[in-house]
Ligand binder design. Structure first.
Ligand SMILES: [Zn+2]
Length: 109
């Protein structure tokens, strides 16, 4: 990886951390406890419960993505980002751009 590519990748990671944090905040709002308010009917309450389950899953996924991105930041600070943890080969930049948290090359993934 060239220095310019490293810089570009760092920016991609920073942007993704930022947007993931925003999405987590939104999902936290959407997964607040449902009030047992009688003003919404039984069916819409069931909808609300279903949506809440979907949003809770999305929230868990986003939190996992954020952890991966934060680990990628640590690796980039140590200069380890872009090296396959299994075979030690360089991970193609195109792959890193799509999945900056990846720790394996295409062959080892
Ligand atoms: Zn590999």
């Amino acid at each position: 990886m060239t220095d310019a590519e490293k810089k570009e990748l760092k920016e991609i990671i920073d942007n993704q951390i930022h947007s993931t944090k925003e999405e987590i905040e939104e999902l936290k709002e959407l997964t607040k406890p449902i009030t047992l308010d009688n003003s919404i009917g039984r069916l819409s309450r069931m909808d609300a419960i279903n949506n809440k389950a979907i949003n809770e899953k999305a929230l868990r996924d986003k939190k996992r993505t954020l952890q991966k991105l934060e680990r990628a930041t640590e690796r980039s600070e140590k200069g380890e980002l872009g090296t396959c943890l299994r075979c030690g080969n360089e991970i193609p930049f195109g792959r890193l751009k799509i999945m900056p948290w990846t720790t394996r090359c295409v062959k080892c993934a």
